[in-house]
Design a protein around this ligand. Structure first.
Ligand code: SAM
Length: 247
């Protein structure tokens, strides 16, 4: 059927592409890619010859208009990001909004997603969790963002860059204390897939002992429940007030 297809692609292991994703990519009139060169490797691997067009942060606005015009004439356009599910810490959101406003059908083609993959094997509670995408890249802002989390028993799932992981663990240590339990899922589905589970102090020591930390990372933690002591309640109230001021 004509419409906009949001197609999930692998986050490492190429076998994680779905049969439906392959068919949709093959049958699409065009594939809008975050990075055409990156996606071309995937398309070559599966011998898919559909033409590609770039669709990223910097041309999202103008490209959206162009693609919507095409969609309105009955085209089938697939959107993919470099890896995983489009629209999740990746481009895709803007064209979905525009397509819906233009009366174009939007179809999700589900598949790999790093946050969910990390979460389901983390051993942390999965019933409720909050996805935050990337933490702020600047140290000061990141610490504030972490301080804002001083609430409920919810699992927090972050994506993190390998060159920042040690700094971020140091901030977590400073904000929540060295005993805070954290889980790191690195290189999911790839050859060097690795889960590290332990206190932030342990994980800092383990990672600091390595020559370098490479690869892609999902970082997860659940805060200990805040008891209703007067002192802790004060902290919660202060956090609530600061959140209100920000919104
Ligand atoms: N849209 C993607 C998804 O659905 O998961 C996420 C895109 S975001 C720009 C990329 C970040 O996701 C990486 O910096 C890393 O934190 C995380 N990530 C992606 N692939 C991963 C993998 N194989 N293992 C661990 N983390 C991964």
């Amino acid at each position: 059927a004509p419409g906009l297809y949001l197609v999930a692609t692998p986050i490492g292991n190429l076998e994680d592409i779905t049969l439906r994703a392959l068919r949709v990519l093959r049958q699409a009139d065009r594939i809008a890619c975050e990075d055409t060169r990156q996606t071309q490797k995937l398309l070559n691997h599966f011998e898919i010859r559909t033409p590609t067009v770039s669709y990223h942060m910097h041309n999202e606005g103008s490209r959206t208009e162009e693609l919507i015009t095409e969609l309105k004439t009955g085209a089938r356009i697939a959107v993919v990001s470099d890896a995983g599910t489009p629209g999740i810490a990746d481009p895709g959101g803007q064209i979905v909004t525009a397509a819906l406003a233009a009366g174009v059908d939007v179809f999700p083609i589900p598949g790999a997603n790093a946050a969910i993959s990390g979460l389901i094997a983390s051993g942390l509670p999965t019933e409720r969790f909050t996805f935050h995408g990337f933490l702020p890249a600047k140290a000061g802002q990141r610490k504030t963002a972490l301080e804002d989390l001083m609430r409920g028993e919810v699992t927090h799932v972050f994506y993190e860059a390998p060159h920042r992981i040690l700094d971020t663990l140091a901030d977590i240590d400073a904000v929540f204390g060295p005993e805070q339990h954290v889980v790191i899922a690195r290189e999911l589905t790839k050859l060097h897939e690795e889960f590290l589970r332990g206190t932030v102090a342990d994980l800092r020591t383990q990672l600091a002992a390595r020559a370098s930390v490479r690869g892609e990372i999902v970082l997860m933690l659940t805060l200990a429940p805040i008891e209703n002591t007067a002192e802790k309640r004060k902290i919660t109230l202060a956090a609530e007030v600061s959140a209100m001021m920000k919104s």
